[in-house]
Structures are given as C-alpha cells and as structure tokens.
Write a protein that binds this ligand. Structure first.
Ligand code: TYD
Length: 142
C-alpha cells in the first residue's frame, strides 16, 4: 500500500481511487478521460507475463502523464524525484498511480499473474523519454 505521508513531497505523483460499480456478479470500473483520469487518454498499453526478477522502466518523461493500474496481480514502482526514492506497491484494480512529468520510475516485483495497464496522455514518442539517470538529475536542477 502507498504511504501517503511518504509521498507528500511528491507533487507529481498521486494515488487515484476509482469507484467500483460492483454488484453480486462481480466488479466493474470505468475509466473516463478528464472525469476520473485527469487528462485526455491518447494511448493505453499493458504489460503481462513479466518474467520473474525483471525490472523495467529506468526512465522519466519530459511531458507525459500516465496512470498505472495493476488490473490483476501486483507489482512495485520505485519512484524517484531526484531527491528521494519511494516504493509504491500496486495490488488493487480500484487504485491508479498518477505519475506526471520528471519522475524517474522503475517497476519490479511483478507477480506472475500481474497485468499492469497504463493510460497515457500522449502517443508513444521516444523523444519525450529521459533514459539517462544523470541527465534526469541535471534536468531537476534547471
Ligand atoms: P520500454 O520503453 O523498454 O518499456 P519499459 O520502459 O516498461 O521497460 O518499451 C518496450 C518496447 O515497446 C520498446 O521497443 C518500445 C515499445 N513501446 C511502444 O512501441 N509503444 C509504447 O507505448 C510503449 C510504452 C513501448
């Protein structure tokens, strides 16, 4: 679970609670741009069948905003704002992790059944990535 106090100095990171329309048949969550996802959704991608021990990510974005949801299973996000690293475990399909610009992220500890879905505010654009950690730290100082 997220320790919100731990994230108080993380202005570009926030947990978003999604209302579940569940009933006796099961659960259902609707995601709508602007309404419960705070940007226009241009892209959705998802990671699954992630191999044991894998860490992915190792980048920040210059402008992209994203909401990550473990729709199945669990994984861990390491978030880094250049000053402090925090771990955020995603294990609840009713919660989204909003990550805005200039947050370094690494994802690990994927459960074998994890399906990690990401909603993104922009189309895929390699030029928006900062994949070099030193470059990321320098950008924080600007
Ligand atoms: P990559 O950036 O390595 O994923 P991660 O940061 O999670 O480790 O992406 C893996 C591959 O998928 C890479 O070749 C780029 C491609 N890709 C797309 O084509 N579109 C996308 O929206 C994303 C996120 C990745």
């Amino acid at each position: 679970m997220v320790d919100k106090n731990n994230m108080s100095d993380y202005p570009n990171v926030q947990m978003v609670d999604f209302k579940s329309c569940g009933d006796e048949r099961g659960s259902l969550i609707a995601l709508e741009q602007i309404k419960n996802v705070p940007f226009d959704i241009k892209r959705v991608y998802y990671m699954f069948d992630t191999k044991e021990g894998v860490t992915r990510g190792f980048h920040a974005h210059k402008a992209l905003k994203q909401v990550a949801i473990a729709v199945k299973g669990s994984c861990n996000f390491v978030l880094d704002n250049g000053k402090k690293r925090v771990n955020v475990k995603l294990d609840d399909p009713c919660k989204g992790l909003l990550i805005e610009e200039f947050i370094w992220r690494e994802m690990n500890q994927f459960s074998p059944d994890c399906v990690l879905m990401v909603l993104a505010s922009e189309y895929y654009d390699e030029s928006d990535y900062v994949r070099d950690y030193d470059e990321f730290l320098k950008a924080q100082l600007k």
